[in-house]
Design a protein around this ligand. Structure first.
Ligand SMILES: [Zn+2]
Length: 146
């Protein structure tokens, strides 16, 4: 009896090992996912379990990729210095519908400077802070497409 239990455990262990290798998930994550879906390990369901794990991984990879694309695409580069700007919903304009961001180089300062410039622009005044990449069609989210 102990022998066959050992063999089952051995099979289970080697399957778990290949599952972690194929999915990139940790052993704990694999076990957790399988417990949720299949309650317990069953060698007869090994291919089904592997398929399930791969599906979960594919789904997560797609989600992560979409989120990354979203983050990168949602706001143009920093108009002040040209560095990558990261979407930051804390600074969304409630009335202007401006998408908030912070600069990866200048942080919030560049956001504030750009906002100050926009106010000056609306008033027909010269901007206070020099800007780069002044392509109005892409760098100014407040500007509506023609
Ligand atoms: Zn900047």
């Amino acid at each position: 009896m102990a022998d066959s239990n050992d063999r089952i455990n051995e099979t289970k262990e080697s399957w778990l090992k290949s599952a972690t290798l194929q999915t990139g998930f940790s052993r704990e994550r694999v076990i957790e996912l399988l417990q949720e879906k299949f309650q317990k390990f069953h060698i007869g369901k090994a291919p089904e379990m592997m398929m399930f794990l791969m599906d979960v991984r594919d789904h997560e990879e797609t989600q992560a990729m979409l989120e990354k694309q979203d983050r990168l695409k949602q706001v143009p580069d920093c108009p002040i210095c040209g560095a990558l700007a990261i979407r930051d919903t804390r600074w969304d304009g409630r009335h202007t519908k401006t998408k908030g961001w912070t600069c990866t180089k200048g942080g919030l300062d560049h956001w504030m400077q750009w906002r100050a410039n926009n106010i000056r622009r609306k008033q027909g005044l010269d901007i206070l802070y020099p800007e780069v990449n002044r392509d109005d069609s892409t760098s100014d989210p407040e500007k509506l497409p023609a």
